[in-house]
Design a protein around this ligand. Structure first.
Ligand code: ADP
Ligand code: MG
Length: 245
């Protein structure tokens, strides 16, 4: 059974069909990339999945749980976490405090049996582990807003991971990055495979071809084709419509 299933998703803005009946699945452990030219409907689809927009038709389910109609924060609880294009860190707080806050927000009742001190220690351990995971283990005392762009994006990913997602939505994680930061982000996303399935929207085709187990090409609100990198590269319409060759 697929981890995530979107079926028959439709979204209109007035007379414009932004999402024209999209079916999309993500398998457990899969990195599924979504590519397509500007205006193809990628952000609309991400917003439908995360619950920022309500579809005109269609259904969504994650791990057997029907997400259709649930507000965004309930979807997070159901295992869907989103990393925003706009950085969502608390700029004046340290990396540690940002992560502590996120860990606390998502701890639920898991540490309730512990006393105050043990609870704090447990949350701190979670925060440190998240920092290590994204490569910010040495930056715990840094004020988040003073971090370079690449490190802030890593912190964004760590904050999304604090929710312990089953499916992580990454909307252009490499946006605005130089080559060195992009390489590090590719390596980081690769490491995340072990913890969560990923739906990756990304313009950097090198990164997409390196990371994705499957690529879906969105054109004018519809999935043109879906397959591995070799399939997508060889698809004649993809070459003309998207890669511009
Ligand atoms: P992409 O992310 O692939 O560039 P979008 O999902 O942002 O594409 O946009 C798809 C289409 O829907 C575009 O034609 C865009 O102008 C339109 N669109 C997106 N959001 C809105 C909105 N809130 N109101 C009206 N039209 C929108
Ligand atoms: Mg977009």
């Amino acid at each position: 059974m697929s981890l995530f299933v979107a079926s028959g998703l439709v979204k209109r803005f007035g007379g414009l069909l932004a999402t024209g009946g999209v079916d999309l699945t993500v398998e457990p452990g899969e990195i599924h990339a979504l590519i397509g030219p500007n205006g193809a409907g990628k952000s609309t689809l991400v917003n439908l999945i995360s619950g920022m927009l309500a579809p005109d038709a269609g259904k969504l389910a994650l791990d057997g749980v029907d997400l259709t109609g649930l507000p965004p924060h309930w979807r997070v609880r159901a295992g869907l976490s989103r990393c925003f294009q706009v950085t969502s860190v608390f700029a004046r707080d340290t990396v540690r405090d940002n992560l502590l806050l996120a860990a606390q927000a998502h701890a639920g009742s898991s540490f309730h049996c512990l006393g105050q001190r043990d609870r704090e220690a447990a949350l701190l351990a979670v925060a440190h582990e998240l920092a290590e995971t994204v490569g910010l283990g040495d930056a715990l005392d840094r004020v988040a807003g003073t971090l370079p762009h690449g490190a802030q994006r890593k912190l964004d990913v760590a904050l999304a991971l604090a929710a312990r997602p089953k499916l992580l939505l990454l909307d252009e994680p490499m946006a605005g990055m130089g080559p060195e930061d992009s390489l590090q982000m590719v390596a980081l996303i690769n490491r995340l495979r072990e913890r969560t399935a990923i739906l990756l929207i990304e313009h950097d085709m090198d990164a997409v071809f390196q990371l994705a187990d499957r690529i879906s090409v969105l054109v004018a609100g519809r999935v043109l084709t879906s397959g591995d990198a070799a399939h997508v590269k060889a698809h004649p319409e993809v070459q003309s419509v998207y890669l511009g060759t």
